[in-house]
Design a protein. Structure first.
Length: 365
């Protein structure tokens, strides 16, 4: 399924120097990068997609179960699939500096020749090298991946998938630059922006997206985060034991060069319970804003509280209604869903490194 606006967005993305569409025959290589992302997030293990052999790939997919299976449309290069995949390249540099270390190493550091199956691993390495030449030669190949839908959501946004940057190419702002590129391409074609999902238990990813200023627009199945043109820029500032959520109240001022930031919500705690209030300025501002801003502000602040391990529950009455906010909304709804997310992750064998080691830290009665 394709949409004309979305296709024009993809034309812009394909023309961007830091992106290259995945070519026919490169699907298996892209899937290995996707797998490396899943292994790092779910299991806490760092896997180099450039040295991942067929036997190791099969082992990891089996360990991840249903989460390790490739999407059906990733087995084809058909243009009609519902998302398009891109390699991320480091622009303005001679190369990303990623070398192909195709020694099939185990997690404990043993080499491919240790133990049984040496002949099979040798063939795996030869097969990998053939694939790697298509993915990109060492030092000049891709340093990450991203996929973008070919059809907008109901909010007039494109959904992003498979965003991943190789560990040796991180801390250069590459992922942020790619997100900016997708947003600008969407806006140029009349769409509002993008959405993406993140797993709660992947705390590094969640914190990265929050630091990027993405809004929380859902927590129904995962954490849905968005950058949309009708949602203003926001900041979360910490004053003592309180967090204040501020939104841009208007255009940039000549004096500061940045928009005036208006406090909207203040969150603190007392007796292990959340204390949440709207500011006077925020109440006045909300009369002139979309209802979405007010709803998403509460949800976004709730996630900022959660990654800090702060209380999310105000009292027994609010907690009793928590499952009513299981899609989005009040902080008690997020507390309820975090319990669900962590239980599902543990059942799947994922690593769970939660800010809430003790459930009482939620502020639950």
């Amino acid at each position: 399924m394709k949409d004309d606006l979305a296709l024009r967005v993809h034309e812009r993305l394909a023309a961007f120097p830091g992106l290259r569409p995945v070519a026919p025959g490169e699907g298996p290589g892209f899937r290995r990068w996707d797998l490396a992302s899943m292994v790092e997030g779910a299991l806490g293990a760092c896997v180099d997609p450039l040295s991942l052999t067929a036997s190791r790939e099969q082992e990891l997919r089996a360990r991840l179960g249903e989460f390790g299976q490739a999407r059906k449309d990733e087995d084809t290069d058909d243009e009609d699939m519902d998302r398009r995949r891109y390699w991320i390249y480091a622009t303005g540099e001679p190369g990303p500096g990623i070398e192909n270390k195709s020694e099939d190493r185990h997690e404990d550091g043993r080499g491919a020749g240790d133990g049984h199956g040496h002949g099979h691993r040798q063939e795996d390495r030869r097969e990998h090298r053939r694939e790697h030449r298509r993915d990109g030669a060492p030092g000049q190949g891709p340093i990450g991946t991203i996929a973008v839908d070919t059809w907008p959501t109901g909010a007039g946004a494109l959904r992003i998938w498979s965003l991943y940057v190789h560990p040796v190419a991180r801390r250069r702002g590459l992922a942020s630059a790619v997100l900016d590129t997708v947003y600008e391409a969407c806006r140029a074609e009349g769409l509002h922006g993008f959405r993406l999902d993140a797993y709660w238990t992947w705390q590094n990813s969640v914190r990265h997206y929050l630091n990027r200023g993405l809004w929380v627009t859902s927590w129904k199945h995962a954490l849905g985060l968005s950058r949309l043109s009708y949602l203003p820029r926001y900041e979360v500032r910490e004053y003592g034991r309180e967090l204040t959520f501020l939104v841009a109240a208007g255009p940039a001022t000549p004096a500061s060069g940045s928009p005036e930031m208006m406090p909207l919500l203040v969150a603190g705690s007392e007796g292990g319970r959340l204390r949440l209030r709207e500011t006077t300025e925020g109440c006045a501002l909300m009369r002139d804003q979309r209802d979405a801003v007010r709803l998403y502000a509460r949800s976004t602040l709730a996630l900022h509280l959660a990654v800090r391990g702060r209380p999310l529950i105000r009292g027994e009455a609010e907690w009793a209604d928590a499952d009513g906010w299981g899609d989005l909304g009040e902080p008690e709804g997020l507390a309820y869903k975090i319990g669900v997310f962590e239980r599902v992750a543990r059942e799947a064998g994922w690593r769970v490194n939660s800010p809430y080691a003790n459930p009482m830290l939620f502020g639950a009665p």
